[in-house]
Design a protein around this ligand. Structure first.
Ligand code: DX5
Ligand code: ZN
Length: 228
């Protein structure tokens, strides 16, 4: 893999000036919009839903992915895609728990995501090992490796979790897949290269892009120095 993308997460953006922030980031070059939907169950906080996905999708020509930190992901897939998402990322842990909550299991969750015509990604929490999703890799386009406990922006990454990224990249090569491997949580200019050297090709960046220090363009340029 030799092309890398930053995926800004808007969790710490100024929502009162959202259009302005999206346009400013888009003007700085190609990227993936990473929209973190939280339901207050799978993770304690609530974030936003389809209205924001729609607003961002209408403002950008870049790919929009939804990181669904929700207990019942399949219930929302159609709405996310209708709102403009073209990559659905659900949590392995939510899909495994879903049958206990009256929902479908993991295989069916992948199928339902696929049926929307969207790309499919599986996110794994810090406690989940690659062996648990290995068999499913040929069925999906992306794995999102959480480097933090999901639910909040602005946390520090655990660099030991990058070993999972390396393991995944080796598997992707061995199985002849061109898997996107995304890292999520605590990505900053000073650790971006570490993520890429480990094998990631998409770097989610929330507070490194949307903060009070500089503009989104300047922050994206700082990150890109390490990833192009
Ligand atoms: C947290 C989200 C992340 C978060 C990243 O649960 O999945 O996408 O917004 O924010 P930073 O880059 O600040 O860790
Ligand atoms: Zn995320």
């Amino acid at each position: 893999m030799n092309s890398y993308l930053i995926a800004p997460s808007i969790l710490t953006a100024d929502f009162g000036r959202l259009a302005n922030q999206i346009e400013a980031a888009d003007a700085a070059g190609p990227l993936v919009w990473h929209l973190d939907v939280m339901d207050g169950h799978f993770v304690p906080p609530l974030s936003f839903g389809t209205e924001i996905i729609k607003a961002v999708s209408e403002l950008t020509d870049n790919l929009v992915e939804v990181h669904a930190m929700v207990a019942h992901p399949t219930e929302h897939f159609d709405d996310f895609v209708e709102a403009g998402a073209s990559r659905l990322i659900f949590h392995y842990e939510a899909a495994m728990e879903a049958p206990n909550l009256g929902g479908p299991g993991l295989g069916e969750t992948i199928l339902r995501a696929r049926e929307t015509g969207s790309e499919v990604g599986i996110a794994i929490n810090p406690g989940t090992n690659i062996a648990e999703i290995e068999e499913l890799l040929p069925e999906i386009q992306q794995v999102t490796v959480m480097l933090i406990r999901p639910g909040w922006g602005g946390q520090q990454m655990n660099p030991e979790l990058l070993d999972k990224v390396t393991e995944l990249r080796e598997l992707s090569t061995k199985l002849n897949l061109s898997l996107n491997i995304e890292v999520d949580g605590g990505v900053k200019p000073d650790n971006a290269k570490l993520c890429i050297d480990a094998g990631a090709n998409i770097l989610v960046a929330g507070s490194a892009v949307f903060n009070h220090d500089s503009t989104p363009q300047e922050n994206l340029n700082k990150l890109r120095k390490f990833v192009t």
